[in-house]
Design a protein around this ligand. Structure first.
Ligand SMILES: Cc1cc2nc3c(=O)[nH]c(=O)nc-3n(C[C@H](O)[C@H](O)[C@H](O)COP(=O)(O)O)c2cc1C
Length: 373
C-alpha cells in the first residue's frame, strides 16, 4: 500500500520530473522549507545536470541571504563547469545600494557548494570573475570527481538564522574558538556588557529606527514578505510568517489579513522597533566579521567565513543573527573607529546561547528555477 506522496513518487516516479509538486512540511499552517531530498527525487536524464550536481546545488541554495532574496543563478556550460551569477532583480537597492550584501550573500552559497561537493565526492575549483560589486558574472566553478571527504551535510541542512529567545548568558571562549575556527584574524567578539557591546546594541537600534522610517526601505521589505501561503509557494524566496517566528493564531491572522500596505503602517513600524529594542538588549554579545579589502572576491570570502561560523553554531547551541543596519545606514566609519578595527567591517552578528534550537523553515527555490543550461 502507498501511504505517502514520497512513497508514491519512489514507487511510480521513474523518469518523471518532480519539482513544484513536492510536499511542503507545515508548521502551524505556514509553509516552511520543502525537504532537502527535493533534488535527489528529481530525475533528469542529462549529463549537464545529473543527480549529484542537483544535490550539490540544492545544498548550496540552503545558504542565507539578505531578505532571503537568493541572488544566485547558475549557468551550466559543460558537465561540472558552472558560471555563478548574481541576478540584479534579487538585489536590494534601498538597503544595499552598492550591492555589498548581495555580494556577501554569494559567499555562503559558494561555501555550501564547495562543502557539499566535497561530501558527495568532488573537488571544487573556484575562479573569481567579478571586478566590481555590480558585475553579474561572479565566479567560474569546476567540479572534478574525487573521494568523499564525509563532510556532514546535516550541518548545511540544519543551519538557520535564529532571532528569538537569545539568552543573555556570557559566551564561553571555548565555544567562540570552536565556531570561529581558524578565522581569528577576521573575526572579533564583543561581550554584550562591554563598552563596544553596548555601543553596537545602541547603534543597531538607532540605525534600525532610521531604516524603518524610510519608506523606500520599508516598501522594499514589503516586496520580500510572503504573507500568504500562495505567495510563499509561488516565489519560494523572501520571508514567511514562520521564518519571522510568527506562530499559532498570530500566524493564521497575518496569513489571512496582512498585505504589503501593513508593512508601511505606523503600527507595524512601531512594533518592529519594539522588537529590535528587545533583541539588541537580549544577547550574549556581538561577532563582527571583516574582509581583507573591499574587492568582490574579498567580500565573497567574508561571506564564506560567515557561513563557516554559522555551520558550527548549532553544535554549541549558539545563534548568530545578522543585524546589518549600522552598515546599511551609513555608519560604517563610526563602527570602524568605535571598534578600533582597520579592516572593512562586513557583518555585525548578534550572538547568544539558545535553550532550544528551532528547525530551519525559510523557503528556497527549487534548483531548476535558478539553473540554466
Ligand atoms: C548578507 C546578509 C545580511 C542579512 N541581514 C539581516 C538583517 O539585517 N536582519 C536579519 O534579521 N537577518 C538578516 N539576514 C538573515 C536573512 O534574513 C536569512 O538568512 C534569510 O531570511 C534566510 O533564512 P535562514 O538564514 O534561516 O535560512 C542576513 C543574511 C545575510 C547573508
Amino acid at each position: 500500500m502507498i501511504t505517502s506522496i514520497r512513497e508514491f513518487i519512489l514507487k511510480t516516479g521513474k523518469g518523471i520530473i518532480i519539482t513544484a509538486t513536492l510536499p511542503f512540511l507545515k508548521s502551524c499552517g505556514s509553509i516552511v522549507r520543502e525537504s532537502v531530498n527535493a533534488a535527489s527525487l528529481t530525475k533528469v536524464k542529462n549529463k549537464l545536470l545529473n543527480k549529484d550536481y542537483l544535490t550539490i546545488l540544492r545544498y548550496a541554495s540552503l545558504a542565507p541571504s539578505g531578505h532571503n532574496s537568493q541572488p544566485w543563478e547558475v549557468e551550466i556550460t559543460a558537465p561540472g563547469h558552472w558560471k555563478i551569477k548574481s541576478n540584479i532583480n534579487r538585489w536590494l537597492p534601498a538597503v544595499d545600494p552598492d550591492n555589498r550584501e548581495g555580494t556577501l550573500s554569494l559567499g555562503p552559497f559558494i561555501e555550501n557548494l564547495v562543502l557539499a561537493g566535497g561530501s558527495i565526492g568532488y573537488t571544487v575549483e573556484i575562479d573569481y570573475q567579478a571586478d566590481s560589486l555590480r558585475d553579474t558574472t561572479v565566479a567560474n566553478v569546476k567540479l572534478k570527481k574525487d573521494k568523499s571527504n564525509n563532510f556532514p551535510l546535516d550541518l548545511i541542512k540544519l543551519r538557520r538564522t535564529v532571532r528569538k529567545n537569545h539568552l543573555k548568558r556570557p559566551v564561553k571562549s571555548v565555544d567562540l574558538s570552536f565556531i570561529t575556527g581558524k578565522n581569528e584574524n577576521n573575526v572579533h567578539f564583543f561581550p554584550a556588557d562591554s563598552t563596544v557591546g553596548k555601543f553596537l546594541a545602541e547603534g543597531t537600534l538607532e540605525a534600525n529606527k532610521i531604516q524603518i522610517s524610510r519608506d523606500d526601505a520599508q516598501s522594499e521589505l514589503s516586496e520580500w514578505i510572503r504573507w500568504s501561503n500562495s505567495d510563499a509557494k509561488k516565489y519560494r524566496t523572501g520571508m514567511t510568517p514562520a521564518s519571522m517566528d510568527i506562530k499559532g493564531l498570530a500566524s493564521l491572522y497575518v496569513r489571512l489579513f496582512y498585505n504589503k500596505d501593513d508593512v508601511m503602517s505606523e503600527s507595524f513600524r512601531k512594533k518592529s522597533i519594539d522588537m529590535i529594542h528587545d533583541q539588541v538588549n537580549s544577547c550574549g554579545g556581538w561577532l563582527v566579521i571583516t574582509s581583507d579589502s573591499s574587492t568582490p572576491q574579498s567580500l565573497i570570502e567574508a561571506g564564506r567565513r560567515f557561513q563557516k561560523i554559522a555551520l558550527r553554531t548549532r553544535e554549541r547551541m549558539l545563534a548568530v543573527h545578522p543585524m546589518m543596519q549600522l552598515l546599511e545606514e551609513g555608519f560604517t566609519d563610526k563602527v570602524q573607529s568605535g571598534l578600533g578595527i582597520s579592516e572593512p567591517v562586513q557583518f555585525v552578528l548578534r550572538t547568544s546561547y539558545l535553550e532550544k534550537y528551532p528547525d530551519p523553515v525559510s523557503l528556497r527555490r527549487p534548483v531548476e528555477w535558478f539553473v540554466s543550461l
